[in-house]
Design a protein around this ligand. Sequence first.
Ligand code: KIV
Length: 296
Amino acid sequence: MSVLPSESSGRVTVPEILSRKKFRSGQPPVTERKITSLTAYDYPTARLVDEAGVDIVLVGDSLGMVVLGYESTLPVTIDEMLHHTRAVRRGVRRALLVADMPFGTFHNGSGDAVRNATRFVKEAGAEAVKIEGGERRMELVSRLVEAEIPVMGHIGLTPQSLNALGGFRVQGKTAETAEALVRDAQALAAAGAFSIVVEAVPREIAARITASVPVPTIGIGAGPDCDGQVLVLSDLLGLTGGHTPKFARRYAEVGAAIREAAAHYVDDVQQGTFPSDAESYHLTGASRDSVSAKKV
Ligand code: KIV
């Protein structure tokens, strides 16, 4: 079979994401059209965010907390991630689909990590994987890129490091830790990552990171100077209970709408107002005659 070069299909690709960051000699890089990303975990929401024009749909391992009800992202398994990535794949037509490699799937040698990442591409249709961690993931990122699997890096607050970090805290608040974050980002870019999520980092430091790497940064709780932004869909929709961080702007109150709709339904059933006659099927014509002849 021969393969023809594809005309631009309108789909978001890794090279297209990379090309958003423009370089002019002697000046810091700029991204005129910011990159937008949202998480999704199932078919209907993936379809809706794709139709809304989001560039990157991320099946984040936040799945564990916002959909599966775990206390952290640490228990999420590769099978859970594959299952949800397949569902999201069926809903995404235009956006780039990135799947998060969950805790424990890239820590046991690069052979194991490449095998696990390959499953996301082959079995679930992901077009790239995301990996938490900076400098120390350099070799792994190169191995994945060599295996034709594009990698999105993730630095700053990396939720899989919960136990090592001792909690979810803003990162890079001292000169040393800020320097380390810049080094992390540069290492990931040098290893071939096509973009880097920067999570929970002071705006000033995220801006420095963004100016110091040739690939787009995608911020979450990292201020407006990153090349793009990502949010957890459940936060944006108002579906998350409890504390939400200050960067997670709520664009809707879907949680309240669901609770209200369910309570209204319970009320209607109890009051006998649901279902109405108009919401019921009726016997008609011959079937009515035959049933009444048998005096059912
Ligand atoms: O798991 C996730 O949803 C993420 C985003 C917050 C970037 O990693």
